[in-house]
Design a protein around this ligand. Sequence first.
Ligand code: MRU
Length: 348
Amino acid sequence: MSIDDSFRSVRFNQDKIVLLDQTRLPEEIKYVDLYTVEDVFWSIRNMLVRGAPAIGIAAAYGLYLGVLDASKKRASTALNDSVEEYTRYLMSARPTAVNLEWALRRMKQRWDHEKGLSVEHKLTALQDEARAIDLEDEAANRIIGEHLAALIKEGMGVLTHCNAGALATSRYGTALSGFYIAKERGVDFKVFADETRPVLQGARLTAWELQQAGIDVTLICDNMAATVMSQGKIQAVMVGADRIAANGDTANKIGTYSVAVLAHHFGIPFYVAAPTSTVDLGIDHGQQIPIEERAAEEITKFNGRMVAPNDITVYNPAFDVTPHELITAIVTEKGVFSPPMDLRSALS
Ligand code: MRU
């Protein structure tokens, strides 16, 4: 079985978003209906929807829902303020993945572009734009997958970290997209999935998603990566990204940097896969990327039970930045970029 459309994490259905609640996986396949911009903000912040492209897509539809609702309550002249307000509100849900900001800016630009036309027309344009963002992500991922699949050879072991799969995007995923295509082509390879403490996206989502698709996947704890690499089981690392600076420095899930250092130590190629909506040409290097810090409970509790002393001081950055020197190539739908990376001239 290959990845099909049955686990699409964000669907739009007339007046609501239907989300696959990723906090419940793999125990339960539960869908939730979102009707308001507040529902969407809450779902992004609490990670019912997560993964850089997926939060951008959810926010785009969320902005449409917010403005649709405002159009029933406010004078048409006040709707520009609603667009402004909801754009800023949704952008503040999570800081690191630039796709959120990118998708919302694009929605606002579309609204501004339709200036002077009827409210109905502008609402249709907003809905069309959100759908375009959704569909373009799917198309980009398919191209990224073709590039990655070409790197996956018979008998290879590939390590991945966090979840950069179908669940994190409109379809196929970024880092995982090559696995689906290689599988379709009958290539025999193995995936090793880091569990990805503290939120366990690797264990709960990647291991589940790949298993559903019949891909040979082995789950390991994060602290086992050096061992499996030293045993010769890993020939490549493929990960996703939340924000890539113009020089190629890449923010991704916490722990990615450690994997990159290990890959460098063992001489294993380290690939970052992302659509160009994840590239932030407005920043020169990774130190300018805002890093989200999340609640202490993600670390102090496990399955609802305290696993650390009460009131312990906790530091919980949700992402880290892998310096471009450790990246073999950045794989996008617009090409594969290897060092020296100057994404600003390559993409603008
Ligand atoms: O905190 P999350 O689960 O939203 O973090 C997700 C990641 O770090 C992914 O690797 C990244 O967004 C790429 S998803 C295609």
